[in-house]
Design a protein around this ligand. Sequence first.
Ligand SMILES: NC(=O)c1ccc[n+]([C@@H]2O[C@H](COP(=O)([O-])OP(=O)(O)OC[C@H]3O[C@@H](n4cnc5c(N)ncnc54)[C@H](OP(=O)(O)O)[C@@H]3O)[C@@H](O)[C@H]2O)c1
Length: 302
Amino acid sequence: MGRLHATLFIIFLVFPFYLCSSLASVIATMRDLGKRGKLETEAGQCLNKSLVIKQLDVTQEDSVKKCLEEIPDQKVDILVNNAGIGQVGPIESISMEDAKKVFETNFFAVMRLIKMVLPAMKKRGSGHIVVISSVLGLQGIQVDFHSSPIPGFCESLAVQLLKFNIFISLIEPGPVNTEFEMKLMEEVSRSDFPGTDPETVRYFKELYLPSAHEIFVTLGQTPDAVAKATVKVIGMDQPVFRKQTNPLYTPLTALKYADNTGNLSVRTFYNLQFNYGSIFHFSLNLLRCITCNCFRRRVMPV
Ligand SMILES: NC(=O)c1ccc[n+]([C@@H]2O[C@H](COP(=O)([O-])OP(=O)(O)OC[C@H]3O[C@@H](n4cnc5c(N)ncnc54)[C@H](OP(=O)(O)O)[C@@H]3O)[C@@H](O)[C@H]2O)c1
């Protein structure tokens, strides 16, 4: 079992119940304890034994401190950062205030949590920090910046922390069928994109949104698949730095690595979106068929 005997501190997730049977102690957190019912049911016998649920708002310094202080000896062997919010829209329509809120949760909160657990990890000479990022941090096929600074930040930190036998792992899902996308699409459907020219709004509504929907339907994973991939990484003796959870995305990310000028991926995505829409749709349909998803229905979050 190796690394799977540990105290795990986790920022709300679908995976506490995958972990609680194999870890000594899982602390699952959420900002609104009113939502804990489903997790309690799933946790079953683990609840209040190997799995404890605590309140935590990752954007609030006091909340993080309080939560950590309640952990015996503040001993966190594995930290999983999963909390995230999204923002999608033409850039002209996104206020700086809203953009800062996204970074407050998706970047600064990750930094805050890491800062707080690192000193003890360094003293012990061991630890594992897992960040649920996004494959979109690797390839920008969508107008989406929800995890963009994370990969660079984590990569530089990974180098420094190896000296202390602390590992960082980036879990990079493609589209995952959770409430995340539904919340974003709901917000988008209510917005009239102030400050955006009509051509961009038209492109966004008629081209981008339907393509995004099609990508989710065709390539979207279940949260379970992402959770299982994450648990596998946590169980490794030498955890990998990067784990893309969706093999269907490999050809797209390969474009990025194949040409270090970036032109190959930028031009390919541009052409797929604006010039060769039919090839894009055909490719997705082909993918759907060869992965036996022809008759697949959209996986809806419960
Ligand atoms: N879904 C995708 O397509 C996709 C793709 C790539 C990466 N990701 C990443 O995967 C992670 C999980 O996303 P998901 O798809 O499971 O979305 P989700 O269902 O919306 O879950 C995100 C969770 O983060 C919590 N959260 C937000 N702000 C918080 C805060 N300040 N403090 C504590 N918790 C907070 C939310 O709590 P509330 O319920 O209280 O709002 C929610 O439970 C995110 O980091 C996201 O960026 C998602």
